[in-house]
Write a protein that binds this ligand. Structure first.
Ligand SMILES: [Zn+2]
Length: 198
């Protein structure tokens, strides 16, 4: 099922995700829906916060990205980043490795807005798998960037928080407009819910 993606201004995006304690049918269904939603939106990653659930859970798929290379090691072994997608990270712990570099990012919660963001060139991540095991990932390049972007979401951090002040100032009126539209949308939804539940 394709889920609506929350836009900037929705308070859930600022929520720190709680741990997924049990991988049950609800979580499995949520993950399947998140992957479907990410693909439908042509995104490379989607965090649980973006579909309204403040959980330590994110999905990624960089297999359609041709122009920005990535490397991947799964449990210490070289792996083809494309064939390892989609990647599901449950309760991930991220360690930043290496120096940083600046690169362009967008976000499904910020339609048509991009920014230049400084990130570590490579990361190590430990996360639970759908099967209940632990996976260790080492990624560099675009995948490392995507993992850091999604991990930020899980902690309520948005990519605009990492833009420099000039870039943020240049975007400020667009961000305010987006925030307003989102708040209006939430009010409509709440009004609709109270009408239909009376
Ligand atoms: Zn995002």
């Amino acid at each position: 099922m394709i889920l609506p993606i929350l836009q900037y201004g929705d308070p859930v995006l600022r929520g720190k995700g709680t741990r997924v304690e049990e991988i049950d049918d609800r979580i499995r269904e949520l993950i399947a829906d998140m992957i479907e939603t990410m693909h439908a939106a042509n995104g490379v990653g989607l965090a649980a916060q973006q579909i309204g659930e403040a959980l330590q859970l994110t999905v990624l798929d960089i297999s359609q990205v041709e122009d920005r290379p990535s490397t991947l090691k799964l449990n210490g072994k070289e792996a083809d980043p494309k064939s390892a997608m989609p990647l599901v990270l449950i309760n991930p712990e991220i360690e930043l490795l290496d120096e940083t570099e600046v690169g362009t990012e967008g976000c499904l919660s910020f339609p048509e807005i991009t920014g230049e963001i400084e990130r570590a060139k490579s990361v190590r991540a430990r996360a639970q798998t759908l099967e209940g095991g632990i996976i260790e990932i080492e990624a560099s390049g675009f995948l490392a960037r995507a993992i850091q972007h999604e991990d930020d979401h899980l902690n309520g951090i948005l990519f605009i928080d990492r833009m420099n002040s000039a870039a943020k100032a240049a975007l400020s009126s667009r961000l305010k407009r987006l925030q307003k539209e989102t708040k209006r949308g939430i009010k409509h939804r709440e009004a609709f819910v109270s009408e239909t539940t009376l």
